[in-house]
Design a protein around this ligand. Sequence first.
Ligand SMILES: [Zn+2]
Length: 150
Amino acid sequence: MNNTTSLLPHLPVAHLLTQGASGLSLLGSKCRQCGEVYFPAAHNCTACCGSDLAACDIGSQGRLWSWTVQAFMPKSPYNGGEVEEAFQPYGVGYVQMPSGVKVESRLTTADPAELAIGMPMVLRLVRYGQRADGKPLHTFAFAPTTEGAL
Ligand SMILES: [Zn+2]
């Protein structure tokens, strides 16, 4: 189910992604007893205390629930590889997926004029830094979209 490592060799979040029917998707889990959805995937359900959860494609589109701008370089375990003087602020937000689960994510823009609570967002892969050996690092991020509004 999870073959994103073949897409990008340096994707530390590959375990959080899957190839859905219409492209890249987030991989969560769903409780078989009560239907609660989790991201990242959980092994136990906090809603019904069950432990029968299955991998679940939670989709690639949602709505921006809240956001802010990360204006200073995060502390470890952030691994962007840049020095503080070169750090570029980035948007961070919660995106509510169709199942209701809220996904904390980097956003593709840090411009407040481009972000509004409730706007449709779509999953992307972005380069966010580089490893000590110079190889690029990628992660998922959500971008504002007007296509396929939920
Ligand atoms: Zn449950």
